[in-house]
Design a protein around this ligand. Sequence first.
Ligand code: ME8
Length: 510
Amino acid sequence: MARFYISTPIFYANDAPHVGSAYCTVNADAIARFQRLLGNEVFSLTGTDEHGQKIADAASSNDVSPQAWTDQTSKLFREAWNGLDIAYDDFIRTTEPRHRETVQAFLSEIHDRGFIYKGMYSGLYCVSCEDYYTEDALVDEKCPVHGKPVVEMSEDNYFFKLSAFEDQLLAWYEANPTAVQPATKRNEALSFIRGGLQDISITRTSLTWGVPVPWDGDHVFYVWYDALINYLTAIGYGVDQERFNEWWPSVHHLIGKEILRFHCVWWPAMCMAAGIDPPANIYVHGWLLVGGKKLSKSMANDASAPVKLTDIAPKALTEDFGVDPIRYYLLRETALGNDGDFSLEGIVSRYNADLANNLGNLVARVATVVGSKCGGVGPAPDPKSVIAAISAEVVGEAVAAWNGFQPSAALEATWRLIGAANSALETVEPWKQEPGPAVDAVLGDCLEVLRLVAILASPAMPSVTKEIWRRIGLSGEPTNGPFDDVMTWGGYPGGIPVEKGEPLFPRRKP
Ligand code: ME8
């Protein structure tokens, strides 16, 4: 049994989550669930990022304290994740005492090792990014990510000697060619490093809403510096060394592309400075776009946005389509790493094509014909079925894709198996045949396909796959044994009752 640690970024608790925030979390959850299926010990982490100027501003415009504000908003994230069936193992809030202690211990270690010094900083700051920009990086004199005006800031700060880690970072990238994926993102990080690294300011005096600097009470840590350390807090850095060593550095950080520099340059360098190994893997995903623009909280105030943010809030979507179909859409529609268009029309067409017409139809047809031709008792599959070979290929591909952080490809492969079963039904047309071995063979094969699909698709659709499992007469939950054994053709025992039930995915009007 291996250990598998996966993290999402921690989300700014300045406002409620949107479906773009859910995108990363659903992908991380499905990948974690697949690793649990393999029998691995999994630790999946998510949470909220609660310090910094952006949160302080949101709290003050709502006339409450930052703590009260983040208490409310953090709860909204937790509720949204519960509503999307996210099986996280820990939900961290950066305002928790455990996190404050870890931040102080980790940064004191870097300070003691001589990589933090005091100096003056001035630059152009985007509050939404909580980041400084050079003049060249601005677009029309505005922040390149948010399109908002930047402000001149000048502060007496502590600096982290990032510049001292240029060679070490390049050597780490060289020695770990798959540490940052996909390769295009690795190249982006490498070219940033090769372009030369400057020391970065890691504290603020202009703000009090942050983790206090233990060696200088006038300063708090800059929010990004506190945030990245959440990945260590959750596994007991400085508190439970044994637990920490069990999980670190074999971590997989799943992140969005705009926070690549923090995770792929700063974070490994910070780890090096503190004397721990950098994270083993950082997987960078793209954005959900609406009308070509990044889906973001600021769309709430944009009258020209092509869709109202409230109409596509995670809760509104799951109430309309169901939890599993929304999870499926987020995982299947776009290959992880690319940008993808998000639209309600897109959800409906994916739902009708893959769920109603394909999986739902297979479940319904098999159960109906088992009812009419086999007295409601499912026959066993044919050990020599032609579908057995397709199944072996699909299982191999799906496993490789899940392991390679490609849920979309894993589901695409899984749906080929569903397609093979539907084609076999159309060829044999058991509903037109007399009961007998030919009817039993095709229905047994289809039931075996449903058993395999219920397992392979369970990371994406945990509830519906349980229901399929139950309807075809199996007990427990999808998977009931060592992964390689349960994925071998022929596991459906036959001789057990099959239930028809209501349509799993009633067709939607396009
Ligand atoms: O960046 N499509 O928080 P955040 C896909 N607190 N992903 C999206 C998205 C979209 N339209 N919109 C947002 C932060 N995201 C920091 C992280 S980690 C130590 C600190 C993703 O709430 C985005 O790419 O602004 C990012 O990975 C995540 O949501 C959190 O964004």
